[in-house]
Design a protein around this ligand. Sequence first.
Ligand code: SF4
Length: 361
Amino acid sequence: MITRSPIPLQRQDESEESRQNGSQREAPGTGRGWSPTPPAWQAQLAGAIRDPRELCRRLGLNERWLPGAEAGHALFEVRVPEAFLSRMRPGDPDDPLLRQVLPLNAEARPVPGYVADPLEEAAHTPAKGLIHKYAGRVLLIASPTCAVNCRYCFRRHFPYAENSPSTAQWEASLETLRGDATIREAILSGGDPLAASDRRLSWLVERLGEIPHLKRLRIHTRLPVVIPDRVDDALLAWLSATRLQKVVVLHINHEQEIDDAVIAACARLKAAGVTLLNQSVLLRGVNASVAALAALSERLFDAGVLPYYLHVLDPVAGAAHFDVPDDEARELVAGLREELPGFLMPRLVREIPGEGSKTPL
Ligand code: SF4
């Protein structure tokens, strides 16, 4: 098992920018117009809870949860921003938001079929920080860090340290994109791509916009959900400026994640011309009921977000306790179809290594 060590973001940006000094080309962050004061969201990111004891204490959990929390934390560290914590019910170990972030003893138990790289991404990495799995689309790892560490994450063992994007690696990725006219869409992923600073993202998106055959920019992120203040003026400025069509795919698993601040963040993104979609993971203990899934779709639509995918769990080591068998998943979706109009139905899919697209179940 790999223990993922977080890379403090601000420090990563600063060191990257200092490496750029002397470069002939203007580097991310050396341009004019950026405030030297860190934005509010970065302080919230830096202040996220990273101690399993603190997480249990803040939520008033019984001490019996501590050994499991500490054992799981040793495998994949706890990270929970205050804004996300504030939506959890104190004293309730079954809270659906807490279940997504609380490490359990079960994570350390090996389960046959559950592996470190369930999607075999290592085999599809033509350049560091670049994943090319599907025709016409390329995925760039824009940040090695997440704002929240989700226990079921299929990249919980991903070697981010090796794929942490330096500007030189971004340049190499851009070169790959420039040379392949079949690529129409650049997908920023991570970690969470919006955990990178706006100065770096602005630089990258500007370069992407200069590639004539690229049409779309897609961003997969959980940050506007777990720290809604991430959708600030600086982010909206570079997002609004690009000529590329913009799609933001949020990652929300339960209606309780969507509070007024999230709705306001979504409204700001939409006003900047962004199409908002959501993907969820079907998770035992979080959203594995018709009622929970229906409430999620309704609440997403309240926020101006369309349900897109409902993924079955990727078999990543440490997450087997979240699994919902395929037959049960199909039954849930059949029940959901009776509750919702078609446009609020997410597509139930599985990602299979080597397949050219997601596989419907
Ligand atoms: S935010 Fe996304 S990439 Fe990060 S841990 Fe959660 S599921 Fe994984």
